[in-house]
Write a protein that binds this ligand. Structure first.
Ligand SMILES: NC(=O)c1ccc[n+]([C@@H]2O[C@H](COP(=O)([O-])OP(=O)(O)OC[C@H]3O[C@@H](n4cnc5c(N)ncnc54)[C@H](O)[C@@H]3O)[C@@H](O)[C@H]2O)c1
Length: 325
């Protein structure tokens, strides 16, 4: 990658977006990070401010979007992503998936840039095929509570494909599976930060249902490497699954996190959310064949790093609170 390359990351102040901005800068890109701080925040990219080539622009993607100068790559990541967030923000989620995606595509078209859409394993809904391959069309309830996210992403995929076919744009779609790591928010409602927060605070770990539903979890460094491999694969349209096939039950995940956190919290069971998928595991053969990518970080190592990051975060928060008293 040459030093002159410039990328726009929408949703760049979020969990995944902030890691993408960082990695792009490391590889010689200059980066415009666009975000309205709805579910992310400037603190996620505070360490990048002042770094050569980095620019943070506060803006709402559903409104008019303009960036002066050349752009080689648009990574469209703006969207609430955790169920707690998108259930609280249903219209914002549909709008950024629809109008926001239109604007991001328009920007990429104007600049002649490659466009990469952050889609999701949620397009498979509660899947009837296991593991999920890219040619599976999914099982989504269009009027269920999760549809605001799932259908927005499915629509985003349709828009991206239509722009590619109509305007001859270079677009790529990645379907990202559950990703975890530093900079997740302790209260974002996703299973991993929730279990870690509960374990570190000595609270009961709240497992949904009987915990027999499965998830396949991918460490953020691996996911980011997969996304950037897709970005570099000019001409490759996808969709391509990016995730770690290391599947485990939610109950086993809770137990692992409790052990890694050295906690003796009990595990309790709470009601399972409506339309919560029973199973999740990516088939990653396409990512291997087309992108030469495969996940490398084993779950216990990734979880250990994530627990350590949360420990530090909580210690800093405590120090700040004590200093304020
Ligand atoms: N983290 C995962 O496991 C995962 C899995 C599948 C797909 N994805 C996709 O990756 C992307 C990022 O997810 P994340 O986990 O980092 O979530 P996140 O909530 O941490 O980040 C999303 C960012 O988008 C911003 N945003 C939302 N609406 C916006 C708007 N209208 N204008 C500008 N910015 C806006 C938010 O403020 C936030 O900073 C999302 O598109 C999500 O659907 C994530």
């Amino acid at each position: 990658m040459s030093a002159a390359r410039r990328a726009v990351v929408t949703g760049g102040a979020g969990f995944l977006g902030s890691h993408l901005c960082e990695r792009l800068l490391d590889t010689g890109y200059s980066v415009v990070c666009m975000d309205n701080f709805l579910t992310g925040g400037p603190e996620n990219v505070a360490h990048l401010i002042g770094r050569r080539g980095f620019r943070l622009v506060e803006c709402d993607l559903t409104e008019f979007v303009h960036i002066p100068g050349d752009v080689d790559l648009v990574l469209h990541f703006a969207s609430a992503a955790s169920p707690v967030d998108y259930l609280k923000l249903p219209l914002e989620t549909l709008k950024v998936g629809g109008i926001g995606t239109l604007h991001a595509l328009g920007l990429a078209r104007e600049k002649g840039a490659r466009f990469v859409l952050a889609s999701t394993s949620e397009v498979y809904g509660d899947p009837l095929q296991h593991p999920q391959r890219e040619d599976y069309w999914g099982n989504v309830n269009p009027v269920g509570p999760r549809s605001v996210y799932d259908e927005a992403k499915r629509y985003g995929e349709a828009l991206t494909t239509a722009y590619r076919n109509t305007h001859g744009m270079d677009t790529g779609i990645v379907r990202i599976f559950n990703t975890y790591g530093p900079r997740m928010r302790p209260h974002d409602g996703r299973a991993i930060p929730t279990f870690i927060r509960q374990a570190l605070n000595g609270e009961p770990l709240t497992v949904a249902g009987d915990g027999s539903q499965t998830r396949s979890i991918c460490y953020v460094d691996d996911t980011v490497a997969g996304i950037l491999a897709m970005a570099a694969a000019r001409g490759e349209p996808g969709p391509i699954n990016i995730g770690n096939p290391d599947e485990m039950t939610v109950l086993a995940l809770a137990g692992t996190i409790r052990d890694l956190a050295g906690s003796d919290s009990e595990i309790t069971f709470v009601e399972r959310p409506e339309n919560d998928p029973a199973v999740r595991r990516p088939d990653t053969a396409l990512a291997r064949d087309r992108l030469g990518w495969r996940p490398e970080v084993p779950s216990d190592r990734g979880l250990r790093r994530t627990v350590a990051w949360f420990e530090e975060l909580f210690a800093e928060n405590r120090e700040r609170e004590e200093a304020a008293v």
